[in-house]
Design a protein around this ligand. Structure first.
Ligand code: OXD
Ligand code: MN
Length: 607
């Protein structure tokens, strides 16, 4: 075995060197490459992938230094059914995770990884989640046999030499091993997207280790993202007293100069990226992007909630992204972007459903086939993605990389709800806000498995991502709230719904840039300058306080958006009991109290 970069391969961390040697002895790659993160190395990866057909270069005049990858047709999304939490104690995984016995899983993985990298290069990627110097920043090392993963991790994390320097300074680091599971016999030709029908995405939460086999797609393979920054980090956060959450993070500045930071949790493919890049339709507002998918938060010495985005890039859902819905995302991906499973136009640029009103007359679809508007299937896969660095985003906040993070003023929960939930509501208290987060529901999207459109409860938008017992996650949020209350600085909690529909299926709210009108109300509430009307699920805007200047509404749409029906809310609260029951005796009694209070308030309104 030789190292392709010719260096000696030794770091000053014997534990790291030993681990790399051990994985190499198991997986038997042909080469080992220590990732430095240099531009020359990036070009080398691109050349390797162009040669293998994993990526194709897009028209450099239209989209410089950008590429399209087409995955295997069966490797297109996160595989929750193949995702396992291997905690020593089964109860720690809780009812929302697949649990597997760690010893049994180690033996299964030992078999699968034996010689799994034969014929391939094994890349060693040191990486940091979070800016260097932040109290919650953590290090990891991902071993992978996929150059696509290396290139993506290069955009999504601080990887290479900088991270290795931090690891060599003596910090703890998380072990993450990934193989596409497609060894090559001598002389055997490779396929453009090697993967294996057998997939395992496993998390050893006690020893803080990740092992992923068989997939090269997104969160299954870019292990800094869901596996580390959410599943493993949520366990670290539980043990160390902080929060790792599935949230976007923005700074908003009002025309009066009030600066606030808002963290918002929505399930996958429900608009976090659009919210993070919101272009305000009310003059005088600015929105700066800090993160679009993951937020790590801690209580600072003054008892305030501070937050960072641990990532450095976007792995955004392409379909639906357009100059109208998200012009900032469109500008961000002007070049230096990797697209996966999108369609390609005749002039060799990208296209996906919703990008333009008019569909192109001819495309190459995500499977590599000819496509015309008459074709029955979408041209881009519904979970097709763009991967791009946050540094390219024109609205990125100068503080996105600040190790001190930003102070959170408001936390927002939301999902896709055709009915029931109003445009915006403010929780009565932190405890009530935790109840709203624990019981939040959304219609399924293509980002995971399952039937698209089906309503599911997705506590804190973390159902696929909390690495421990869901009931303990709720209790942890309540504990954090107590610490914040002691300092007198707890953020206010809100719930929003951009997706309410009329009987004919039309959206009642315009969404996108007009969501600033909801932000405007949230900031007025934080400033204490507007009242609200009490409802069984919290405080609703008074109609005169929601700035709808310049908008026109069909019939009673605005009233419908700003009111709740106690009969419907009471039905929803009864259905929410199922999610509280799921966590059994680990459901904090405070959440049952909030459910009972909701039902009591509904009954009072109905009597
Ligand atoms: C993501 C997801 O990729 O949530 O961010 O699926
Ligand atoms: Mn996500």
């Amino acid at each position: 075995m030789t190292r392709s970069d010719g260096a000696t391969g030794q770091t000053t961390r014997a534990d790291l060197d030993e681990w790399v040697a051990q994985i190499a002895a198991l997986a038997r790659p042909d080469h080992i490459h220590w990732v430095t993160g240099s531009p020359a190395e990036r070009q080398q990866l691109i050349d390797v992938m162009l040669e293998a057909g994993t990526i194709e270069q897009l028209n450099p005049e239209l989209r410089p230094d950008s590429y399209v990858a087409r995955s295997d047709a069966n490797d297109v999304a996160r595989v929750e059914s193949r995702t396992f939490i291997c905690s020593e104690n089964q109860r720690d995984a809780g009812p929302t995770n697949n649990w597997a016995d760690p010893d049994e899983m180690r033996s299964t993985l030992g078999g699968l990884f034996t010689e799994s990298m034969r014929g391939r290069t094994m890349y060693v990627i040191p990486f940091l989640m979070g800016p260097e110097g932040s109290p919650v920043t953590r290090a990891g090392v991902e071993i992978t046999d996929s150059p696509y993963v290396v290139m993506s991790m290069g955009m999504m994390t601080r990887s290479g030499r900088q991270a290795l320097d931090v690891i060599e300074s003596g910090v703890e680091w998380v072990k993450a091993v990934h193989s596409v599971g497609a060894p090559l016999e001598k002389g055997e030709a490779d396929v453009p997207w090697p993967c294996n029908p057998v997939k395992y995405i496993t998390h050893f939460t006690d020893s803080r280790e990740i092992w992923s086999f068989g997939s090269a797609y997104g969160g299954n393979a870019l292990l800094g993202k869901k596996a580390f920054a959410l599943r493993i980090a949520s366990v670290m956060a539980r043990d160390e007293g902080w929060l790792a959450e599935h949230m976007m993070l923005i700074r908003v500045t009002s025309p009066e100069g009030h600066v606030k930071h808002i963290a918002a949790a929505f399930p996958s493919a429900c608009g976090k990226t659009n919210f993070a890049m919101l272009q305000p339709t009310i003059p005088g507002w600015t929105v700066e992007t800090i993160g679009d998918d993951i937020v790590w938060m801690w209580v600072d010495e003054d008892g305030r909630l501070r937050a960072i985005n641990p990532e450095t890039g976007f792995f955004g859902v392409a379909p639906g992204t357009s100059e109208q819905s998200n012009p900032v995302a469109m500008q961000t991906m002007f070049g230096h972007t990797v697209f996966t499973n999108v369609a390609v136009t005749d002039d060799n640029d990208v296209w996906w459903e919703g990008m333009t009103k008019e569909k192109p007359a001819h495309l190459i679809d995500w499977l590599g086939n000819d496509w015309t508007p008459e074709s029955p299937d979408p041209a881009a896969h519904p979970n097709s993605r763009f991967t791009v660095s946050i540094a390219q985003c024109p609205t990125t906040s100068p503080d996105w990389n600040n190790p001190e993070g930003v102070v959170i003023d408001a936390i927002v929960f939301g999902g896709r709800r055709r009915t029931t939930m109003p445009l915006v509501v403010e929780a009565r208290s932190w405890q009530h806000g935790v109840y709203l987060g624990a019981t939040m529901a959304s219609e399924r999207t293509a980002a995971g498995e399952g039937t698209v459109g089906e309503l599911t409860r997705d506590p804190f938008a973390m159902a696929p991502f909390t690495g421990y017992h869901v009931g303990d996650h709720w209790a942890h949020w309540l504990n954090i709230g107590e610490r914040l209350a002691a300092g007198g600085h707890a953020p206010h909690i809100f719930h929003v719904n951009w997706f309410r529909r009329g009987d004919d299926g039309r959206f009642l709210w315009l969404g996108f840039g007009d969501n600033i009108r909801v932000v405007d109300w949230i900031v007025k509430r934080l400033e204490g300058v507007v009242g609200a009307s009490a409802s069984p699920i919290g405080s609703l805007p008074l109609r005169e306080d929601l700035n709808v200047d310049g908008l026109s509404f069909h019939g009673d749409d605005l009233t419908e958006l700003l009111t709740v029906d106690p009969t419907v809310i009471s039905g929803d609260a009864l259905s929410a009991q199922s999610v509280l029951e799921t966590a059994g005796d680990r459901t904090p009694p405070a959440l049952w109290e909030e459910n009972a209070e909701t039902l009591r308030l509904c009954a009072a309104e109905l009597s």
